[in-house]
Design a protein around this ligand. Sequence first.
Ligand code: ATP
Ligand code: MG
Length: 377
Amino acid sequence: MLIKSLSVRNFRNIASADFIFDPKVNIFTGNNAQGKTNLCEAISLCFGKSFRSPKLSELLPFGSSESETSVEMCFTFDNMNEKENTILYTQKRGNVKLKFNGIEMKEAEKLYGALRYVLFIPEDLYIVKGDPATRRDYIDFVSNMINRVHNIKLYEYNKALRQKNNILMNMSGYDPSLGLMLESWNETIARLGVNIMCGRIKYFDMLAQAANEYYSMINGGNEILDMKYESTVMGDTSFTADDYEIMYERYIQRLKETAERELRMKYTVVGAHRDDVLFFINSMAAKDYASQGQIRSIAVALKLAEAKMITDKSGDVPVIILDDVLSELDAFRRGFIINHIENFQVFITSCNLADTDKFSEGRIWNVNGGKFELKEG
Ligand code: ATP
Ligand code: MG
């Protein structure tokens, strides 16, 4: 898709702003706290949901006498004869309305299947440097993006796990009848757990391959990024999404092997909920060794890989929003992001765009106190 224009009214520190966007690169530069992330958030509202999950009452400008926030986005689905469409987001006294081409959307989800965006926010650095749970959440997010059943399975898995862990919590010593219940839960957990693992690894190689390619482009080919799905069930045995039966047997076996430890710890110690995703740069574990710039480069490579996967799998080309992505990156890496992200419309915010940064194609705005001024030339 291509966002042609955007009008923002009474949104946070942006009283009124209108944009006509470049089909390739759009940069917003300015000091801290001027409205760059607010603009990214305004765009995200047209896609159905703010990435900040705000209280709606926080959206109107502080002290404003206005009562309605609105964001209107004109866009084309690239493959539909350039016909322009509009999404209008309004929020008045906590009441949100979304209109698509003038018609109120009750099932916005359906439209949002085709309307896609990929977002980088600084919190995404935790995908690389944070705890395993953040990485599991990320890989589940990507898996669900391609196959919406994934989250349903994940919900069922977590529910079953909670039930089993409750039994473990309340057991004091071995009790045969509770032992039987645990066995039955183990079967359910193994079945659902294998589903989760299969959902995660089905597209993992595709994501890893694309991330590897983007990472090389970002750093000029000097470093290689590898990704590995680390399974507490399968250990070093390699597996694919087709190995369902083998995985199920192994899952049951691992749960048996760890039964005593579970009783001591009072929770389930192996399974899909304990797996991790490992990143390596030139074979060194990124979590332990990567520099700030390398961590950031991995996160960006992942986001671009996400965008490529969405395009390849669904045919819908997402727009890419990169909020505060350039800090800590050297001139070469900044140059790649500003000038060489091909095939996608990109929105980039930055408070440290260096004077030396050459910008070959696109538009650039200065942001100051919620006002956006288009730079000429
Ligand atoms: P940084 O470079 O530090 O990330 P930024 O330009 O992205 O800065 P924003 O997050 O867009 O900054 O926020 C800009 C300002 O908007 C902040 O000072 C924030 O307090 C202010 N702000 C947030 N909500 C409202 C609101 N409802 N009314 C007025 N101002 C608001
Ligand atoms: Mg910001």
